[in-house]
Design a protein around this ligand. Sequence first.
Ligand code: ZN
Length: 238
Amino acid sequence: MAEIFSRFTFPDYVYHGTVREYLNGYKDKLINKENLQHSFNKDFGTGLYTTIDFQQAADWARKLSNDLALSDNFFGDDTPLVIVIKVEPDNYDGVVDVMDFRGESSAWSNFILKHRFKSSLDFDPCGDIHPQVVSGSMADNDTGEVIKTFRTNGYRIDFVHDQLWFQNQIVYKQKHKRVLAGLELGDQIAFFDERLNDMLKLVGYCTGNDDNNTNNLEDTYWKGWMYHVYNGKSESVR
Ligand SMILES: [Zn+2]
């Protein structure tokens, strides 16, 4: 069996999609277990999810904003917002345990299956060996529905046949037609250990476009989004 030693370099910047209501919480602490108490059954477990693709983070922000707007028990500011995080590994003193999934594999889909099936702050299917960082493709957006069917059918996460069924579901969008090749799935990097806050720095955030800001659109860092520079104390719009 191959023993693999690999060196992993972090991207300089990662993005996290959220809404304005939660911005102050992220200014305090990016990976914050207290704020993750209501986070259940995510692809890679309960943690801070980021991506190297700004547009993907923007999609997450818009989706969360839409969901909260329809929610009966959210009364905060649901303006879509993308947090810009600088990754500074030099500022963390210690070994970082990274699980890096390249492309599609049964290891990847089984890892997602067991965390989507049951994981939370209080329970992780890996026990106490969950990695500090997990990077890899996202499952298709309909994974929530796929898991529902998985449960309804009484499938088991430790049966190979049921695992294969799940893997096919998350990479095939339509029956018999493969529309999600590896790169189309999108990429995410999730952080799970609060100690890693030492290497993550919130350096800015982008707010979604609204009609009042049309004059600023030409100057935005990313078209349609207004970029706010944040240095830990003051903020300025660029
Ligand atoms: Zn785990």
